[in-house]
Design a protein around this ligand. Structure first.
Ligand code: NAD
Ligand code: IPM
Ligand code: MN
Length: 357
């Protein structure tokens, strides 16, 4: 019997509420399969933890996490702790420290999911955003000079290394080749005259090794417009850290809402654990009301199953999510329903058992 060791960082706000349902689903999958189990170890690291202990994670936190097969994370950030502290000391620390340089965010209109766009067919929204996840605009390089003085100057430097740029673009080409899909690079070389000129040139250069992959290149402003007007243009998308962040919230809005958007932070070499988490944040506006949509977390759990090589189970979990949405009986308010978070998780679990029979 294989046991997957999963570190759970439920975090803040709705994080613990939605993760509970994802864990329920993973446990049901393991039970139905019979060949593997999960061992979940919970870490209390969060803004609450910070307010009590003055730190977002323990000093030896990264070493402890390194022993796990994967990390399952809810959300980090809550009023009362400055966001740049909570995020840099926990979420971004893990992404960077574990070199999870690939952020895979599917934007796929599942059956039963609501799309606010007019004249769009379900199959028109089916892409995977490959977001650079280790450097770029999130490098954290900069300075704050003459703080509070009239001559105050703030610098936030984007860092695009050859290694970092090449490896994410290569990953996207490989994915496009493997899946037989087109690859679109999204950048902004007309204004960002160093970083994005470099990005575009690497995209062309690496592309020479992939003559079989059909490519497109868009400026990010036009790409945002096409995400809404003609999402069918995109299949595999590769883009920088910040553009990927923004575009995937836009993508979420197009494909069923924030309550459904999933993501995986991958260290492809497997040297460190990868991390699975919904795209959304801690949603302070609805936290504690038991109405958060757990489907994004459950979809992230499906990505974890894929990552562990249980793609069949990954597909079955997605199917179960679709069943719940098509049935429409157990949906949270963001999807127009009146169900509680827990009822949605229970509905997914009960459908899983039926699909498996
Ligand atoms: P958010 O994603 O938390 O919320 C944006 C809107 O979407 C809110 O109206 C919220 O109610 C709604 N929403 C989000 N997830 C939902 C769900 N599962 N079900 C139903 N509705 C949902 O973004 P924000 O308000 O800008 O950020 C809140 C906090 O979360 C901030 O501290 C921010 O830094 C942090 N954040 C963390 C992550 C992460 O941990 N990965 C991601 C984004 C934001
Ligand atoms: C996300 C979040 C994070 C990001 C924040 C919380 C640092 O918005 O995962 O999309 O920008 O990557
Ligand atoms: Mn984001």
């Amino acid at each position: 019997m294989k046991t997957y060791k999963v570190a759970v960082i439920a975090g803040d706000g709705i994080g613990p509420e939605v993760l509970r349902e994802g864990i329920k689903v993973l446990e049901k999958v393991a039970e139905l399969d019979g060949q593997f189990t999960f061992e979940f170890v919970h870490f209390p690291w969060s803004c609450q933890y910070y307010l009590k202990n003055g730190k977002m994670m323990d000093e030896d936190g990264m070493e402890r996490l390194a022993a796990f097969d994967a990390i399952y994370l809810g959300a980090v950030g809550y009023p009362g702790v400055p966001d740049h502290i909570s995020l840099w000391d926990l979420l971004l620390r893990i992404r960077k420290g574990f070199d999870q340089y690939v952020n895979l965010r599917p934007i796929k209109l599942l059956e039963g999911a609501y799309c606010p766009l007019k004249g769009i067919e379900r199959q028109d929204v089916d892409m995977i955003v490959v977001r650079e996840n280790s450097e770029g605009e999130y490098a954290g390089a900069g300075d704050w000079l003459f703080k509070g003085k009239p001559e105050e100057v703030v610098l936030q430097t984007g860092v695009f290394s050859r290694k970092g740029t090449e490896r994410i673009i290569r990953y996207a080409y490989e994915l496009a080749r493997k899946t037989g899909k087109t690859l679109t690079s999204i950048s902004k070389a007309n204004a960002l005259n160093y970083s994005m000129v470099f990005w575009d040139s690497v995209f062309v250069e690496v592309g020479k090794e992939y003559p079989d992959v059909k490519t497109y290149s868009y400026l990010v402003d036009a790409a945002s417009m096409f995400f809404v007007r003609e999402p069918q243009r995109f299949q595999i998308v590769v883009t920088s850290n910040l553009f990927g962040d923004i575009l995937t919230d836009l993508g979420a809005a197009v494909a069923g809402g924030m309550g459904l958007a999933a993501g995986a932070n991958i260290n492809p070499e497997g040297r460190y654990p990868s991390m699975f988490e919904p795209v959304h944040g801690s949603a302070p506006d609805i936290a504690g009301k038991a109405i958060a949509n757990p489907l994004a977390s459950i979809w992230s759990a499906s990505q974890m199953l894929d990552f562990f090589g249980h793609e069949e189970w990954g597909r079955i979990v997605l199917k179960a999510i679709e069943h719940v949405m098509v049935q429409g009986k157990y949906l949270t308010p963001d999807m127009g329903g009146a169900a509680k978070t827990e009822e949605v998780g229970d509905a997914v679990v009960s459908i899983l058992s039926k699909i498996k029979q």
